[in-house]
Ligand binder design. Structure first.
Ligand code: GUN
Length: 296
């Protein structure tokens, strides 16, 4: 058997198109333009690339993009002041502080200083609590993108066994909450899990989010299962490098029913969902119906 490839690139393009259509309508009907502010501290090259891409895609969707660059040595107080200014700015509907921050800064304090209604990352403790109790919240972008692809592929997820490998606050934990919200039976596995291969083998849905290149081999996968690969790992490839996921694609493809590739799977969905979250935040801030299918 060879798995169906879930094309995240094409899916993300559809999500961005849907966002752009709603943005056009918001402008025409209400004179409102959603705005996303991104804060970047320091000059980490990978973060700079992410932030540039976010800015470009925000503008392409017809939204306003604001960038705030701070020196790597900036103080916690300076960073918090930027957050406060953005919280108070009515033209800004979404705020994202690019992580990781330099070591001397307190990430948790910064995240929790963002107005929860503008927290398009869904990392604020209020949003974490709302998601965990099944209430309306801002949902972290990567897990939201994974859920959209799973719903699209399966229709209903109700009753399916799902295993999330990885317990990060950014992906693993919110992913498990979303799957539980869709009535899956959810297991969170991690580096200390006993008999990890057997745990993964029980799953109808495997979400791999551990950050270890090609850690999940095909013989861990139940025949016909759906495999969502969140990993983006750069590994040596002769003189050059190449990107691989957290699952071993070739062997998993032999066994799985469906699989997301790396690149071109989950990755493009993350920024598409950031745009969707910005639109959702803007709609809520203005007391308007939020667009269907762009959040949970
Ligand atoms: N750095 C890498 N991924 C992310 C993300 O999803 N949000 C933020 N804020 N920083 C990141």
């Amino acid at each position: 058997m060879s798995a169906t490839i879930i094309d995240g690139k094409a899916f993300a393009a559809k999500v961005r198109e849907k966002v752009a259509t709603h943005v056009t309508r918001l402008k025409a009907d209400h004179g409102i333009v959603p705005g996303l502010a991104v804060i970047l501290v320091g000059e980490d090259p990978a973060s700079e690339v992410y932030v540039r891409n976010k800015g470009k895609q925000t503008l392409a969707a017809g939204m306003n993009s604001f960038e705030h660059k701070l020196d790597a040595g900036c103080s916690q107080a300076e960073l918090l002041e930027v957050v406060e200014t953005l919280n108070a700015d009515p033209a800004v509907h979404g705020i994202l502080c690019q992580l990781p921050l330099p070591d001397h800064l307190d990430e948790e304090e910064v995240i929790n200083a963002i107005d929860p209604a503008k927290d398009v990352d869904g990392f604020h403790i209020s949003n974490v609590g709302l998601l965990g109790t099944g209430q309306k919240s801002m949902v972290p972008c990567t897990p939201l993108g994974c859920l959209m692809m799973l719903r699209d592929h399966h229709g209903s997820l109700s009753g399916l066994d799902a295993v999330v490998v990885g317990r990060s606050n950014i992906v693993g934990k919110p992913m498990a909450q979303l799957l539980l919200g869709d009535s899956c039976t959810v297991t969170i596995a991690h580096s200390r899990t006993k008999d990890l291969a057997d745990v993964v083998r029980r799953a109808d849905i495997v979400v791999a989010a551990v950050g270890r290149p090609e850690m999940v081999p095909g013989d861990w996968i139940k025949p016909g299962a759906t495999v969502i690969d969140v990993g983006i790992n750069r590994v040596p490839n002769g003189e050059k490098t190449r990107l691989v996921g957290d699952v071993h694609f070739d062997s998993c493809t032999e066994v799985a029913g469906a699989i997301t590739p790396v690149p071109g799977g989950v990755g493009p969905m993350t920024i598409a969902c950031l745009l969707a979250n910005t639109l959702t935040a803007c709609s809520r801030a203005n007391g308007l119906d939020e667009p269907e299918g762009l959040t949970v």
